[in-house]
Design a protein around this ligand. Structure first.
Ligand SMILES: Nc1ncnc2c1ncn2[C@@H]1O[C@H](COP(=O)(O)OP(=O)(O)OP(=O)(O)O)[C@@H](O)[C@H]1O
Length: 262
């Protein structure tokens, strides 16, 4: 199939039901080697992963197993040694640096452990920032949907310092969603939250998948967080060693124990 160019990637309308089986992203035989010679490290080793649209995938594995590298390669933040990464039908290798930057801005959302909000902007301005940077006013209907889904309506005029950690992270999720991305990448999104704010954030992430049909990929060390996902992919030494569908915390803990990760 001819890879689709960036400017022809269709953006689904609000409420549009995506077709079952469509892939938001995929990694095909991805290999990532850092360095050369004796000091080289194989971070990803012939890894293939499909990310179906409208699914919540958690990526787990011991420290150094390649989780961050996989996320960075999927998001076009790091180059591959070999293999391919597709966002929708777009092969990232066919894009120029500029086109890859635009794709990241327009088609991908990011949520990090440290919320990375701009302190001088209000919650609303932080959420709409990616749209403003793209020179495109955010779709008012989608903005309202996201704000209500994340329960931020009464906090829009507040600056980050006037918000709780959980609220700040919800603003970060809103910012990640504002361009209706193909995929939201979340790297330890609950790492800086207490257990109440954590479980609240995970419920919000779950509902953006279930009700807004967004696709979320989350790296986490927390079995309780991963249990909110539709499936958990376990990495060891840059390879997928196991996948769990409809995971429970107990089942995840059991696998972590077997992988020597508890
Ligand atoms: N820039 C780099 N240069 C050299 N080696 C690297 C680089 N980034 C990662 N690595 C190595 O690649 C391997 C995978 O690292 P990665 O950060 O993807 O693991 P991880 O599963 O995310 O780990 P953690 O859970 O500790 O964050 C590790 O052996 C790491 O040391």
């Amino acid at each position: 199939m001819t890879p689709q160019r960036l400017d022809s990637v269709p953006v689904p309308a609000v409420g549009e039901v995506t077709q079952a089986g469509e892939l938001a992203a995929r990694a095909v035989a991805v290999r990532k080697v850092y360095g050369t010679g004796e000091t080289s490290v194989v971070a990803l080793d012939d890894l293939t992963l499909d990310l179906p649209r409208g699914q919540f995938t958690a990526i787990m594995g011991p420290s150094g197993s390649g989780k961050s590298t996989l996320m960075h390669c999927l998001a076009g933040l790091d180059t591959l040694t070999s293999g391919q990464v597709f966002i929708g039908e777009t092969d990232l290798a066919t894009l120029s640096d500029r086109e890859r930057t635009v794709l990241r801005r327009d088609r991908l959302g990011f949520v990090f452990q440290s919320f990375n909000l701009l302190p001088t902007l209000t919650a609303e301005e932080n959420i709409t920032l990616p749209a403003d940077l793209a020179g495109a006013a955010p779709d008012p209907e989608w903005f309202a949907t996201v704000v209500d889904k994340l329960d931020l309506r009464s906090r829009l005029r507040h600056r980050p310092s006037e918000l709780s950690g959980g609220q700040q992270q919800r603003v970060a999720v809103g910012r990640a969603l504002i361009r209706r991305p193909a995929v939201v990448f979340a790297d330890e999104p609950t790492g800086a939250l207490d257990s109440h704010a954590s479980s609240e954030l995970l419920r919000f992430l779950r509902s953006v998948v279930d009700e807004l049909l967004q696709t979320v990929v989350m790296v986490t060390h927390d079995p309780g967080a991963a249990a909110h996902a539709d499936r958990v992919v376990f990495l060891v030494d840059g390879r997928i060693v196991l996948e769990l569908s409809e995971p429970t915390r107990e089942h995840i803990l059991d696998v972590m124990g077997r992988l020597g990760e508890e």
